[in-house]
Design a protein around this ligand. Sequence first.
Ligand SMILES: NC(=O)C1=CN([C@@H]2O[C@H](COP(=O)(O)OP(=O)(O)OC[C@H]3O[C@@H](n4cnc5c(N)ncnc54)[C@H](O)[C@@H]3O)[C@@H](O)[C@H]2O)C=CC1
Ligand SMILES: O=C(O)[C@@H]1CCC=N1
Length: 267
Amino acid sequence: MTERVAILGTGNMGEAILAGALGAGWSPGEIVATVRASERGAALRERFGVVTLTDNAAAVAGAALVVVAVKPKGVPALLGEIGRSLADGAVVVSVAAGVTTPAMESELPAGTPVVRTMPNTPAQIGAGITAVAPGTAATDAHLALVERFLGGTGDVVRVAEKDMDAVTALSGGGPAYVFLVIEAMTEAGVHAGLTRDVAARLAQQTVLGAARLTVESGEHPAILREKVTSPAGTTAAGLRALEDAGVRAAFLAAIAAARTRSEQLGA
Ligand SMILES: NC(=O)C1=CN([C@@H]2O[C@H](COP(=O)(O)OP(=O)(O)OC[C@H]3O[C@@H](n4cnc5c(N)ncnc54)[C@H](O)[C@@H]3O)[C@@H](O)[C@H]2O)C=CC1
Ligand SMILES: O=C(O)[C@@H]1CCC=N1
């Protein structure tokens, strides 16, 4: 891999992408990461061996791919900062919730290729999923570079930009919902008398195994659920309690609320 990549704003998501890309074979020499605080830069240099800078304009000079990973409200100012330093043909990718491609294009020199993306933090171990939606000047070659880089962090799926707020709600924030489920199942196991270590291991591996079985069997989750649920058995009793507590409705409400919030962040 020969292209240089700049990651601007290397916090939780930027670091997850950095770790995932390095794990997939991108070399530290190909990536420069920017930070606000120099101690953060020193920690990233130590951990990953990449060059870190606090100057975003200097970081994008010579980069073919620029990944903007600051908070949504920081994106316009950052794009304004780097516009004149971008290399010819460089593609600018944002991971920010809510920030649209027209909004990105309006802060950059006319004709700059941009791609809006929504990754998630399992990118850190190459198990993420990123949705991508191109702006008006992004060509297939730009998308191919973006997909090659982000492909190191997990799956990549192309979506229409109008679907990005829904994607943000489902997979962008989705790991948090699953972490909450793992935390709650673990705690419930402790309440049922298991040690915390055993309960945590059972909850983690159950979520991992169920997710893998869904993917690898290709069967509908409802069918897989029926195969666990013996008539009048233990699982039926547990599922009844979850339905009584409104778990399905809670997920509908959670994804709808997160989607609305993503729309607001872009407004
Ligand atoms: N955390 C997550 O799971 C996901 C986050 N995102 C998006 O990623 C973006 C970043 O989110 P997080 O990583 O969670 O936030 P964060 O606050 O952990 O990271 C942002 C980093 O950017 C740095 N920063 C801010 N302005 C800067 C500047 N001008 N130059 C250089 N560095 C600068 C901050 O010091 C911070 O370390 C957001 O736009 C969010 O919507 C997208 C998908 C998932
Ligand atoms: O919570 C947020 O706003 C970001 C976007 C998706 C995940 N984290």
